[in-house]
Design a protein around this ligand. Structure first.
Ligand code: ATP
Ligand code: MN
Length: 254
C-alpha cells in the first residue's frame, strides 16, 4: 500500500467505536489528536485550507491504524506538484439490477476506448459496489484540464455505447447500466487507495481486478492478505513507470 500513499494528501475514515453501528469520522486535515508519524504539511502548500496530511512511511501507516483509521483515500496529485494530477480516475458504479458481469464488461470496454486514445489503464475493485479505473499521467496539466478531459471522455463513452453506460446520476437513469463518475478528478477529491480496507460490514479491500472476480466486494481484510501472501507478481509493478502525456488523447477526443 505504501507506494500508493507516498506524498499523496489523504482523507481517512476513522472508526473509533468500530464499524458496526459506531460513528465514522472522515478526516482530511491535521487535528488536535495528532497521529505520530503522519506528515502534516505547511498551510502554504494549499493556501486557505487547513494543513494536508500524508502517510509516507510504514510507521505512519501503523500509527494511522492505531488511531482507528480503516480507510485511506488519496488525492490524484502529490505534494511536490499539488496542482497537477498524475492520474485520472473513473469511478464505475453499477445501477440497480445491474449484473456484476455488466460492470466487469464495462470496465473492459472503458479500457479499450482508453487504449484507442493511446492510454493504458489499471483496474481495481473499490471494496464496495464497483470498480475504479486508474490512468497514470505525466503530471503536466492542471486539475481543470484533466477533469475536463475526463468529462469529455465519459460523454464519448456514453455516446458510443449508450446501452451500457450512463453519465447521469440518479437511480432511474442507470437501471441495468453502469454509471461512470468523472468527478473524482477535481482538485481536493479523493478515492480509496489500492489495498485500503473499507469501513463496511465485510471489511472489503480495494484490489486489482482479476478475471475471476465476482463482485467489487470480493476481497476482504482476511482473504486479501492471505491471497497477497502467495503472489509474486505485483499488478501495479508497471504502473509507476507508465506516466502518460494527455495532450494527444485530448486532441483525438475533440
Ligand atoms: P463504491 O464502489 O461502493 O461506489 P467508492 O469507493 O467508489 O465505493 P464511496 O465509498 O461511496 O465510493 O465514496 C465516494 C467518495 O466520497 C469518495 O471519493 C470518498 O473519498 C468520498 N467520501 C467518502 N466518505 C466521505 C465523507 N464522510 N465526507 C466526504 N467525502 C467522503
Ligand atoms: Mn464508486
Amino acid at each position: 500500500m505504501s507506494p500508493h500513499l507516498k506524498d499523496r494528501p489523504v482523507a481517512m475514515v476513522r472508526a473509533p467505536s468500530g464499524i458496526a453501528g459506531g460513528e465514522l469520522f472522515f478526516q482530511k486535515h491535521a487535528e488536535r489528536t495528532a497521529m505520530p508519524g503522519l506528515t502534516a504539511h505547511s498551510r502554504d502548500l494549499w493556501p486557505k485550507h487547513p494543513p494536508l496530511l500524508t502517510v509516507d512511511t510504514v510507521d505512519a501507516l501503523l500509527s494511522a491504524a492505531q488511531m482507528n483509521v480503516v480507510e485511506l483515500h488519496t488525492w490524484n496529485s502529490t505534494v511536490s506538484k499539488l496542482d497537477s494530477p498524475d492520474r485520472v480516475i473513473f469511478d464505475l458504479d453499477p445501477g440497480d439490477g445491474g449484473k456484476w458481469k455488466h460492470i466487469q464488461e464495462a470496465a473492459l470496454l472503458l479500457r479499450v476506448l482508453l487504449s484507442e486514445l493511446g492510454l493504458e489503464a489499471w483496474l481495481k475493485t473499490s471494496g464496495g459496489k464497483g470498480l475504479h479505473v486508474v490512468v497514470p499521467l505525466s503530471s503536466r496539466l492542471s486539475y481543470d484540464a484533466v477533469k475536463s478531459f475526463s468529462q469529455y471522455f465519459v460523454r464519448y463513452l456514453t455516446k458510443t455505447i449508450p446501452e451500457r453506460f450512463s453519465a447521469v446520476s440518479g437511480a432511474s437513469n442507470r437501471v441495468g447500466k453502469v454509471y461512470v463518475d468523472y468527478l473524482r478528478n477535481g482538485m481536493g477529491q479523493t478515492t480509496a487507495a489500492a489495498f485500503s480496507a473499507r469501513a463496511r460490514p465485510g471489511m472489503e479491500v480495494s484490489m486489482e481486478q482479476l478475471t475471476e472476480l465476482k463482485s467489487g466486494a470480493q476481497w476482504n481484510v482476511q482473504t486479501a492478505r492471505e491471497y497477497l501472501s502467495f503472489q509474486s507478481h505485483d499488478p501495479w509493478g508497471d504502473y509507476w513507470s507508465r506516466a502518460q502525456p494527455l495532450a494527444a488523447a485530448i486532441k483525438r477526443l475533440r
